[in-house]
Design a protein around this ligand. Structure first.
Ligand code: BES
Ligand code: ZN
Ligand code: ZN
Length: 505
């Protein structure tokens, strides 16, 4: 879908549908909604007084004009509910855009025109609203069509209609930034939704190579022999059960040639997690094709960064393998030697994400990347702790936490800082190795983070456990069923805000 900003009067735009809005509990619409109401001889206000249009968040009411009265150019007027004005924020705009775009796609609209939601009495800056509309619309219209025909035709064009031409120079780059971020997120969704028989570690490496060629990124892939040479016994241990060869993939963006520094983004790339010999129950196992959501997020964040060109360097590192049981598989009780020399007693082969990340973290430090951010669908315990809306954030550096949380907040990706108490570290003590790979019954997301910390020296590092929000089982706002692409926009935002030419992106 193409998104353009134009100057005009929304009531007289040629489009299949025009979109105005209403806050909940407002009896008489104002601004552009009032102007459209007037053009419709008060149809909107009378539907409000009859209680049909309530302005509830996410509701989209449709008024068909059938060309009469003639003042309204579009045959369809959509009134998007913004919810209660006291609850309004930028993320609500994304949600509203997702909802009205889907509602209008169902009505076969190919060209829609909308006002800038929230920029009037909502108190949101026009460019923030424009970016959020672009993001919400593109994310909300996503569907995974590779193996099934789409239910509806595409919305081809969205016009954002403003009254003053003077705003256009600030709105256009905002729309571009929102579109680039949403397209990267949708690319991550495509990779995550792909079934594990198609998205193998080799396929991930191929996808990364294609990305590198298209966006001029540096690309490297290591196979098991290279891993052997580098001493990556933890990653190799997990890969042992599978006949698909493991890959360690890196993608690098150089936006600041004069600096040696580079951000390090690490993503868990388990293309299928059966649990291995500690096999998972079959119920819900199919969902474990998304155990590479962290990998997809770091890869596609680099795509957006390459397109937005912030003055900063960033490298994505992806350890990719399947976790399967077989005659050659890793067994409970086995001991692995990680790249940093530490020995790990594997108590449970289903705690494999931390094993592959252990070696990836060592490798990232060998490359001198700093700070490090890893994204991983790491523990069911994190879903228990925070539910499916929040990623759990763990770190050794509070300044970095504050930056990441601020970036997340701007994108609407919800993350919550979790503690890493020293006392729980003893749960990882092994009688016969340096550490074991699981802790006791409770606090599993924390002991997983403490395990990862064993493989981080002094580099500032944040671990984000996205096991809860990586996937959604319902459609709402700009989130669809299936992969959400969580983390992509936070990483883009972090790279932009840390860049030297911050305002340029
Ligand atoms: N990939 C899973 C975590 C997961 C669970 C992601 C549910 C998404 C939804 C991870 O590899 C795993 O299996 N973790 C185990 C750890 C346990 C054995 C200590 C878990 O959470 O049960
Ligand atoms: Zn597992
Ligand atoms: Zn896993």
């Amino acid at each position: 879908m193409e998104i353009k900003v134009i100057v005009g009067d929304i009531a007289h735009i040629e489009a299949d549908a025009i979109v105005v809005n209403l806050f909940e509990g407002v009896p008489q619409p104002g601004g552009a909604t009032a102007a459209v109401d007037k053009a419709l001889d008060g149809a909107i206000s009378s539907l409000i007084s009859r209680g049909e249009i309530k302005g509830k968040f996410g509701e989209v009411n449709i008024v068909h004009t059938f060309g009469k009265p003639l003042q309204v150019g579009a045959g369809i007027v959509a009134i998007a509910g913004l919810g209660k004005s006291q609850d309004f924020n930028t993320d609500k705009i994304r949600g509203v855009a997702g909802e009205f775009c889907r509602a209008l796609r169902k009505l076969n609209c190919h060209k829609i025109a909308t006002i800038l939601h929230g920029a009037g009495i909502g108190g949101i800056e026009p460019e923030v609203s424009a970016q959020a509309i672009a993001e919400g619309a593109l994310l909300g219209l996503y569907s995974f069509n590779k193996y099934k025909k789409p239910e509806y035709e595409d919305v081809e064009e969205m016009l954002i209609v403003v009254r003053e031409a003077g705003k256009i120079p600030i709105l256009e780059p905002a729309i571009r930034k929102g579109s680039v971020a949403a397209e990267a997120t949708n690319l991550a969704r495509d990779m995550i939704n792909e079934p594990a028989n198609y998205m193998t570690p080799s396929q991930m490496a191929k996808a990364a190579e294609e990305i590198a060629n298209k966006y001029k990124l540096e690309f490297q892939v290591f196979d098991s022999e290279d891993m052997e040479a580098m001493g990556m016994g933890a990653l190799l241990g997990v890969a042992k059960g599978s006949s698909q060869p493991p890959k360690l993939i890196t993608l690098s963006y150089k936006g600041d040639e004069r600096s040696e520094k580079a951000l390090g983004f690490l993503g868990k790339g388990i293309t299928f997690d059966s649990g291995g010999i500690s096999i998972k129950p079959s119920e819900g196992m199919a969902e474990m094709k998304d155990d590479m959501a962290g990998a997809a997020a770091v890869m596609t964040a680099l795509v957006a960064i390459a397109r937005l060109k912030p003055q900063i360097n960033a490298t994505a590192i992806i350890p990719a393998t399947e976790n399967l049981p077989s005659g050659t598989a890793l067994k409970p009780g086995d001991i692995l030697k990680a790249m940093n020399g530490k020995t790990i007693e594997v108590i449970n082969t289903d705690a494999e994400g931390r094993l592959i990340l252990a070696d990836a973290l060592s490798y990232a430090q060998r490359l001198g990347l700093s700070p490090l951010i890893d994204l991983a669908t790491l523990t069911g315990a994190c879903c228990v702790a925070l539910g499916t809306l929040y990623g759990g954030l763990f770190s050794n550096d509070q300044d970095l936490v504050d930056k990441v949380l601020k970036a997340a907040e701007r994108t609407g990706e919800r993350m919550w800082q979790m503690p890493m108490p020293e006392e729980y570290k003893q749960q990882l003590k092994s009688e016969i190795a340096d550490v074991k790979n699981i802790g006791d019954k409770y606090g599993g997301a924390i002991t997983a983070a403490l395990f990862l910390a064993e493989f981080v020296d002094n580099t500032p590092w944040v671990h984000i456990d996205i096991a809860g929000p990586a996937n959604s089982n319902k459609e709402s706002g700009y989130i669809l069923k299936g992969a959400t692409g969580i983390g992509v926009r936070t990483l883009i935002e972090l790279a932009s805000s840390e860049a030297k030419n911050q305002e340029a992106t």
